[in-house]
Design a protein around this ligand. Sequence first.
Ligand code: TMP
Length: 219
Amino acid sequence: MLRPLDSGLLVVIEGIDGSGKSTLTRQLAEKLEHAGDCVVLSREPTQGPYGRRLRDSATTGRLPPTEELELFVADRREHVEGLILPSLKEGKLVILDRYYFSTAAYQGARGLDWRRILDENEQFAPDPDLTIFLDLSVEESLKRVCERGDFANSFEQAEALERVRAIYHSLLARRPGTVWFDARELADRVLERAFRVVVEVRSGRAPRNCALTGATEKN
Ligand code: TMP
């Protein structure tokens, strides 16, 4: 869904499990806020009722693919209406840990048509201005997931993750506004590069600053 040119900026971080998305999303938000941006940080699945059901299902038993897809889409509709669009309208910089590319990749990996998933989501969810894809091999992903003490739950099986990564590659390879980072790089370097890319994109379409914080443009 296209947005007016004077709205805020939507930045999305994507990648398979263990790719460092959540750390990058948090640190990037802090760094941008420190630089004077008015940042809204959020993630999908959300903490709302649909999101909680989805998170529970990862350990209590995964739902059938179409039912799972419906819940992810319902969760996103609420997220878009309740937080993403209002924040963008206020000129804020919205940073998301996962968005509809995750649905295309993960639910696509369960056998659903990822192109249709993408189409359906693009009807109601605003296009990101920038998508940062943290690419990582499945082997490394599973190693990291085990190291951080998480059990490889049903979302995190090797074969499924290979399919997820393959779909990410297909859908993001030539997509405008996407940058790929090697997730094996040092976290500090990834953060620095991500910060510079956001600043560059923002300078092409500067979001209004948040009056409450009195922030000013730094670039
Ligand atoms: P997280 O590990 O980033 O918190 O995400 C939880 C899991 O949810 C992760 O394994 C990916 C999965 N997921 C989907 O399957 N479809 C989606 O649309 C989203 C947003 C996440």
